[in-house]
Design a binder for this molecule. Structure first.
Ligand code: NDP
Length: 289
């Protein structure tokens, strides 16, 4: 009997749907309040990858009818000046979302800068207040990539209630928030990291496997439970410069029921969810204000 291959989850198509919803909501906001929702991105230094990310964010914001502004600061900008800019944007009523593009140049305290953000404008969901609200099961601005992962899982139609979910990676940006979101949907969640023993056996227990490590093809197809949903957050480059994920895609495809590709899976969802968070922040601030 021929092997059935997993359904490949089309992140670009799902992201296009999210962006269309955002554009509709941004237009409604502009009609009601006489201005578009405003997203301000702070980029310090000239890291080439960050420059590409920021350009993509500006373009996506424009296309969705969001007023996107990038603040490009030289690499040697004193940390106090970055903090001063964050405070100025906090105080500006036309600014709904603020994103500090990470990493900041060496020598800056990312924690200090992120702590200055007004939690109501923290569209990356990295301020401790938003992280705490998420853990408490309360309304929060949720980090974009984890939100994107959940939307892709929902697309597969898998029920998370009582499902065994394994999250590999425990960063504040991806692993921890995605685990909280899975828990909120009543999955039984186990988190794994670099000190986890018998990672292969643990992964084989997962009905839903989310991998956010940053190590090319760490997870082998033989580690995947038959029928599992696999979400690969990792972005790595192989020797030929091609983008590949943390999961060995071809072998995992033979076992999983659904899997995200790299590129074209989680990646496109991150920007779409950033735009969605910006409109959420704009609407919430108006309701509170
Ligand atoms: P971090 O480096 O912050 O975290 C990596 C995590 O992986 C850590 O918790 C680390 O464990 C764990 N880890 C490292 N090695 C192993 C191992 N051998 N076995 C098990 N766990 C391990 O990365 P991020 O969470 O920021 O990003 C992860 C990946 O996702 C990267 O490739 C990044 O580029 C990508 N990414 C993609 C996005 C997208 O839009 N698609 C957005 C954000 C990230 P420990 O805590 O013990 O050190």
């Amino acid at each position: 009997m021929a092997k059935e291959n997993a359904r490949v989850i089309d992140g670009k198509a799902v992201a296009a749907k999210v962006r269309a919803e955002v554009a509709w909501r941004a237009a409604a906001f502009a009609r009601k309040f006489g201005r578009a929702p405003g997203l301000h991105v702070i980029l310090v230094g000239d890291d080439p990858a960050s420059q590409v990310y920021v350009r993509n964010k500006e373009k996506a914001a424009r296309e969705a009818g969001i007023a996107g502004v990038a603040h490009r600061l030289p690499a040697d900008t004193p940390e106090d000046d970055i903090v001063a800019l964050v405070r100025r944007l906090n105080a500006d009523d036309t600014v709904d979302g603020i994103l500090v593009q990470l990493p900041l140049p060496a020598g800056n305290s990312e924690q200090r800068v992120l702590d200055q953000l007004d939690p109501a404008k923290d569209v990356d969901g990295l301020h401790p207040v938003n992280a705490g609200l998420l853990v408490s099961g309360r309304k929060a601005l949720v980090p974009c990539t984890p939100q994107g992962c959940m939307r892709l899982i929902a697309e597969t139609g898998v029920s998370l209630v009582g499902a065994r979910a394994v999250v590999v990676g425990r960063s504040n940006l991806v692993g921890k928030p995605v685990a909280q979101l899975l828990l909120r949907e009543h999955a039984t969640v186990t988190m794994a990291h670099s000190r986890t023993r018998e990672l292969d056996a643990l992964c084989r227990t997962a009905d839903v496997l989310v991998v956010a490590v940053g190590k090319a093809q760490l997870i082998k197809g033989s580690w995947v439970k038959p029928g599992a949903v696999v979400i690969d957050v990792g972005i790595n480059r192989n020797d030929q410069g091609k983008l590949i994920g943390d999961v060995e895609f071809d072998s995992a495809c033979e076992v999983a029921s659904a899997i995200t590709p790299v590129p074209g899976g989680v990646g496109p969802m991150t920007i779409a969810c950033l735009l969605s968070n910006t409109v959420d922040a704009a609407e919430s601030r108006r309701k509170q204000g």
